[in-house]
Design a protein around this ligand. Structure first.
Ligand code: ADP
Ligand code: MG
Length: 705
């Protein structure tokens, strides 16, 4: 059986450190259990009392009349290890350690290690330490020190929070928005119950329709992602990861290394796993509401009705920024709306958004307008926006209720309705009971609706990915291995540009041919066979950024120029490395410079990056990431995702670039990096792209060790 089931549906709970003082955590925990109406057996444990709050109390768990499922530990940190061992001896399936003073405190590091060790030895599962605990509304279970959580109504949400405080904050915010919760848990220091464990449990719980997560940062996000991937196809998972202040690693070997921060990797990872990433608590709650009430839309086209056009302008602006489209209404709809609204002098635009203005004085006009928008074949979702007016708001609310009662709301429908001092509160609650989410502000509603569509898109994409054959690029593995072995044998971990290019060629990636030369005469001979103009570059494992020290000389032609350039560059190079050499390659014709790179991140594993190349890449940070391995759909998407994408699409007379050669390189890098796990960082900067091909003109590779 799923071990976590014992935590959420225990037959019996022992409160170790139960107290008769209701101001202490031990008293609060016992009160929480008692007040919520939990039907299982409760065993307060305290050697100094025979009963607490009217419940028979035992001196130790080892003296209980029977085995029990869960131990709720609320003793001082020094006594926790013994309590865990006692619980294990007494046959408990799991413990929740509310007590703090562990990893989160300077002095508690050792204590935490000891607890983990005792968990390993006894096989007991531990939630916490330093946690709020958990609730399960289905069985009125409140294993926390917050008796007030009994107010949380039962509903479709499963909440996993790293922090106890944020868990409470979200639970109360959900409550204020009339959204019920099924199960909620704060994980605290995560001794041996992880996000991924809870996610798996929530995934298989039919009562949970939407999973919410709050994370600060975890050690092994891949575990969580693997688990999320299994459930996001049929159950939405929404995550809020706070953005920490990230020190930029300016000394990184590659540009990719500099540009990869954990915030970006989390966003990438969420998208890969089909998790909807949000950036505030508001957005988390708003998204939870729409996902728990609305059906999934077929597409992203919104039909909008407003009473005050200004609200529609804000809504539309945010909706479009977030990936929604303004629906182009069918001709027949416009005609019918003309008839319906013609008496309203201010109805002049005849297009979406439809401004009802004074039509709001007639409920039938509101109903007819909404009905026409809802029935339009070009509309996937409908939004209605109104700011409170004591005279007209009741008409709006009644119109919506009437349509809902008649079963005419057949597509996702959202209502923005503010209301002063509870004026319409009960009416709005009634509307939400009919599965219509209500929001108080236009921008928040737009973001929530966009996230609903995002989930539709996730499901649709997953279907496509599942049906796509996973393709590993063909690879001359023996040759690639030979190149890496050669470098490792020399005790190096950096591949020079010629080595890196040879390595890339083993996967069939197009590179400019490059030859290492020993003299100016050889340079001239090579130029004759390669064709001019040519480029001379320094070759040395000690020189990583060649042009920073004048180690790249471009566009050289003619014997004299090449010879002089050779002498100049080698002199410069010897200042940095006495064994420096020089390479020659043809000058690639001008095109658009992009950067492709990959790194193996300590937490996330292999990650690939795409961006516009050149020296500005680090300034503008216009790059996109994906976790590896990659599929072609994601490869195409990551190219289209960068802000400068229009530069590849014929912007102001530039060429239009075929994306497939870039996709091809991304897929090949994916194969190389996942096959050769010793690759730590790889940079191809620049890759020059042309209408129908992409050519790597510079590359560097760093191996582990
Ligand atoms: P580094 O990145 O080590 O400074 P590169 O080899 O990338 O050195 O060279 C610097 C710049 O010179 C590149 O960004 C590119 O614009 C240009 N360049 C390098 N090699 C070629 C080439 N073969 N053809 C055309 N331009 C090149
Ligand atoms: Mg470069």
């Amino acid at each position: 059986m799923d071990l976590l089931n014992y935590f959420f549906n225990p037959k019996s709970v022992a409160v170790i450190g139960a107290s008769s003082d209701s101001y202490k955590a031990g008293g609060l925990c016992l009160m929480s259990l008692l007040q919520c109406g939990y039907k299982g057996t409760i065993y307060p444990i305290n050697p100094h009392h025979e009963e607490i709050f009217g419940v028979i109390t035992y001196p130790s768990v080892t003296e209980l009349p029977e085995t029990f499922d869960i131990g709720l530990i609320v003793v001082p940190s020094q006594a926790v290890k013994e309590a865990v061992l006692d619980c294990a001896r007494a046959g408990a399936k799991g413990v929740i350690i509310i007590s703090s003073g562990f990893k989160e405190a300077e002095t508690g590091q050792e204590l935490e290690k000891e607890i983990l060790q005792s968990a390993i030895e006894t096989g007991v599962k531990i939630i916490g330490p330093n946690t709020l605990g958990l609730i399960n509304t289905a069985c009125s279970l409140n294993l926390s020190f917050v008796p007030f959580l009994k107010e949380v109504p039962r509903g479709p949400i499963g909440l996993i929070s790293q922090s106890g405080g944020v868990c409470m904050l979200v639970l109360y915010a959900l409550l204020n928005e009339n959204i019920g919760t099924s199960k909620a848990v704060a994980l605290g220091n995560r001794c041996n119950v992880e996000f991924s464990d809870i996610l798996a449990h929530f995934g298989s719980d039919p009562e949970i329709k939407v999973v919410l997560m709050y994370l600060e940062g975890i050690e092994n996000p891949r575990l969580l992602l693997e688990e999320a991937k299994k459930i996001t196809m049929f159950k939405p998972v929404v995550a809020y990861k706070v953005r920490g202040s990230e020190a930029v690693n300016r000394a990184a070997f590659s540009h990719t290394g500099t540009l990869t921060g954990s915030f970006y990797l989390y966003q990438t990872a969420f998208r890969d796993a089909g998790i909807i990433g949000v950036t505030s608590i508001d957005e988390l709650i708003d998204t939870a509401k729409i996902l728990s009430l609305s059906p999934i839309p077929r597409g992203n086209r919104v039909g909008i009705a407003t009473v005050q056009a200004g609200l529609g302008i804000i809504f539309t602006s945010v909706a479009e920024q977030e990936g929604l489209k303004l629906a182009e209404l069918e001709h027949s709809t416009i005609e019918a709306l003309d008839n319906c609204l013609s008496s309203m002098a201010r109805y002049t635009l005849h297009s979406n958004p439809i401004d009802i203005t004074f039509g709001v004085s007639d409920k039938q006009i509101i109903i007819q307008t909404l009905r026409l928008i809802m029935q339009d074949n070009n509309v996937d979702m409908v939004a209605l926006l109104n700011t409170h007016h004591p005279e007209y708001t009741p008409n709006i609310l009644e119109a919506v209720e009437q349509l809902a009662a008649a079963g005419e709301i057949t597509k996702p429908f959202v209502l923005m309705q503010d209301s002063p001092a509870e004026a319409n509160d009960s009416k709005l609650k009634d509307i939400e009971r009919k599965n219509i989410p209500v929001y108080r502000l236009p921008d928040r509603m737009a973001r929530a609706l966009a996230n609903l569509y995002r989930y539709a898109d996730i499901r649709q994409k997953k279907e496509t990915i599942i049906s796509e054959q996973s393709s590993q690029a063909a690879l001359d593995e023996a040759k690639a291995k030979f190149i890496l072995a050669g470098v490792e044998q020399e005790g190096r971990n950096v591949l020079t540009e010629p080595e890196a290019k040879e390595f890339l060629s083993t996967a069939g990636i197009s590179v400019t041919p490059v030859k290492t030369i020993e003299s100016s005469e050889e340079a001239c001979r090579a130029a004759a066979s390669l064709g001019t103009p040519v480029v001379l570059k320094l070759v040395s494992p000690l020189i990583v950024h060649k042009s920073d020290i004048g180690g790249v000389m471009l566009n050289l032609a003619g014997e004299k120029e090449i010879k002089e350039a050779y002498e100049e560059i080698i002199l410069k190079g010897r200042c940095f490395d006495p064994l420096v050499r020089v390479s020659i390659q043809p000058m690639a014709p001008p095109g658009i410079e992009v950067i492709i790179g990959a790194i193996t991140d300590n937490q996330f594993g292999p990650v690939i990056m795409f961006g516009l190349g050149g020296t500005t890449v680090e300034v503008y940070h216009d790059v996109s990431f994906r976790l590896l391995p990659l599929n072609t759909l994601a490869a195409r998407e990551m190219i289209q995702e960068i802000k400068g994408f229009s530069l590849l699409q014929g912007y102001r007379g530039r060429v239009v670039v075929n994306l497939e050669p870039i996709v091809d390189i991304l897929m090949k890098i994916s194969t190389l990096v996942t096959t050769f796990t010793q690759i730590k960082e790889i940079d191809m900067n620049p890759v020059i792209v042309y209408p129908n091909k992409a050519l790597v003109v510079d590359s560097r590779i760093l191996l582990t060790g």
